[in-house]
Design a protein around this ligand. Structure first.
Ligand code: I3P
Length: 128
């Protein structure tokens, strides 16, 4: 049987490094501030961690694995958004609460995988 045969632990769908900026909070526009983020898709949430590579040796403490923020994908909307940035391979994720994030990768295949994996989770939640 699988390690989670009781179904109580949310399934890890995907994890990796993407560039991230939040562009709106509760519908209010924010100033862009791109930074690398370790992104984890688990259960119904997208969870953001600080990029380990951007941290100093002294910042390696156990408590450091605490997420920066997380996004509930239920009712969220996903759109390619190359018009919203000078960077390539950008998509926008909008939550029901009006928070908006841009996510980006220089690697075409990688960003396409993230887009379809997140969209699959949103679609699954829409059907529930
Ligand atoms: C922003 C910064 C962003 C850029 C944004 C600039 O300037 O250069 O990287 O977004 O463009 O305003 P600042 O650092 O002074 O805030 P992209 O890299 O996504 O293009 P924008 O205003 O056209 O969104």
């Amino acid at each position: 049987s699988s390690p989670d045969s009781d179904g109580c632990t949310p399934e890890l769908e995907k994890a990796g490094l993407l560039n991230k900026t939040k562009i709106a909070e509760g519908g209010r526009k924010l100033r862009k501030n791109w930074s690398p983020s370790w992104v984890v898709l688990v259960g119904n949430s997208l969870v953001f961690f600080k990029d380990p590579k951007s941290q100093t040796p002294s910042s390696w403490k156990p408590g450091n694995s605490r997420p920066e923020s997380s996004v509930d994908l239920r009712g969220a909307q996903l759109h390619w958004a190359n018009d919203l940035s000078s960077k390539k391979n950008v998509f926008k994720l909008r939550t029901v609460t009006g928070n908006e994030f841009l996510l980006q990768s220089e690697t075409d295949s990688l960003i396409k995988e993230w887009y379809s994996t997140i969209q699959n989770v949103i679609d699954r939640l829409d059907r529930e």
